[in-house]
Write a protein that binds this ligand. Structure first.
Ligand code: NAD
Ligand code: DAU
Length: 355
């Protein structure tokens, strides 16, 4: 069987970020004919992520905003992709608690804009089996108590500003698919970790703080549960859906690997040898969701995908080693973003607008 995406032209919005960057690497490894990354380079982007592929004749980078409909339409006309992977987003929950504006701009206006540009192009110029894959999150489904899991039929119930914009984007995607005949797939993933993740997210933040012998801030009592997936498993799942998924469907992408935050932080600490860091329990995240977990039954039954990273400790150990071996990337991410590990999410919307 040929690798997923072999011979395809693909366009990745948000491809200078964590998941999109890993997807760009895998697509080229799998023999895609052309990989175009469309990204405006926000604080969360790290162009260094693409450094080892940017010289490839099959790779092209476009610096532009997804909310710029004309520019996205032009890109479609020029590149004629078989697959669009829409990953560009403001992705960090704590930042959405501090300032909602960029989330509204990119996740809602931006998604509407790429959908309208695609709508104008799809029935005229697109390859016959064109597909638009939208990356959503398990957070749109709300929060679970200790039992049960989300599935593709769980109704949306977002509970923080970030997930509200992602749920709104999902509704736009399904509406535009229905009204204008765009073939779409929506995927819902849990918490990713692995190479090239910006160190505002739990695992890379804890790795960096542990390497610097700084305290490791655990929100609340650390009992909250997340469903973790290695980013390489996630991008393999996206490639599988791009070839084997059913247009018009939703899929949960999950390794069904649940851990409390405290367990995650203790695992990181045990993997970073010679760290003198200590866990510090800090003020909880406002509206902190207790537990997310999704079933992977549908994607495992309908495609040949299954998770390969099934040993969490080993995967964290490899991730720690990746951060240790890539100081240039780590410095670039920190310098370009001007983010140095400060606590986010407690500024308060009102407080900020009074400044
Ligand atoms: P990220 O924050 O690492 O990267 C986002 C990328 O989007 C950046 O390169 C940024 O420059 C780009 N971007 C932001 N606004 C843009 C705009 N207006 N125009 C063009 N580009 C813009 O995000 P990520 O963690 O790689 O997540 C990718 C997608 O997957 C997002 O849609 C996110 O909601 C979803 N997702 C992420 C996770 C996770 O654990 N990280 C889990 C489930 C779903
Ligand atoms: O569930 C999928 C979502 O996972 C994605 O849609 C989001 O884009 C992604 O950011 C992630 O959201 P979370 O809020 O779960 O990720 P984060 O890494 O910020 O936090 C993970 C958990 O760890 C969460 O319960 C809050 C907690 N936490 C986080 C940080 C940054 C801490 O205890 N301390 C911290 O310093």
């Amino acid at each position: 069987m040929k690798p997923d995406l072999q011979g395809r032209r693909i366009l990745i919005t948000g491809g200078a970020g964590f998941i999109g960057g890993n997807l760009a690497h895998l697509s080229l490894q799998n023999g895609a004919e052309r990989v175009v990354v469309y990204d405006s380079l926000t604080y969360a982007a790290c162009p260094e992520t693409l450094a080892s592929i940017e010289k490839s004749d099959s790779f092209h980078f476009v610096q532009a905003d997804v909310a710029d409909e004309e520019s996205f339409h032009r890109c479609l006309q020029v590149e004629k992709p078989h697959r669009v992977f829409h990953l560009a987003a403001e992705s960090h929950v704590d930042r959405s608690l501090d300032n909602f504006t960029p989330f509204l701009h990119t996740n809602i206006h931006g998604t509407r804009s790429v959908l309208d540009a695609t709508r104008a192009w799809v029935n005229k110029d697109a390859p016959e089996d064109f597909l638009f894959l939208h990356s959503s999150t398990d957070e749109v489904f709300g929060m679970l108590s200790k039992e049960g899991s989300f599935s593709e039929s769980t109704p949306p119930n977002p509970r923080n500003p970030y997930s509200a914009t992602k749920a709104a984007a999902d509704v736009l995607v399904e509406t535009w698919a229905h009204a204008f005949g765009i073939p779409t797939i929506i995927s819902h993933s849990g918490n990713n970790f692995g190479p090239f993740q910006f160190p505002e997210k739990l695992i890379p933040l804890m790795i960096q703080k542990a390497l610097r012998n700084e305290p490791l801030p655990v929100f609340g009592d650390g009992s909250q549960v997340r469903d973790w997936i290695h980013v390489h498993d996630h991008v393999r799942a996206l490639c599988a859906l791009a070839e084997q998924g059913k247009p018009g469907s939703r899929y949960c992408i999950s390794s069904e690997d649940e851990h409390t935050n405290l367990d995650v932080v203790q695992t990181v600490l045990s993997c970073v040898e010679k760290s003198h860091s200590e866990i510090e329990f800090v003020t909880d995240r406002p509206g902190h969701d207790f537990r997310y977990a999704s079933s992977n039954k549908k994607i495992c039954e309908e495609t040949n995908w299954s998770p390969l990273y099934t040993n969490f400790r080993k995967a964290i150990q490899e991730t720690v080693e990746w951060y240790l071996s890539n100081p240039t990337w780590c410095r670039a991410a920190e310098t370009q973003s001007n983010y140095h590990g400060e606590r986010l999410g407690l500024a308060g919307y009102r407080e900020q607008s009074e400044e």
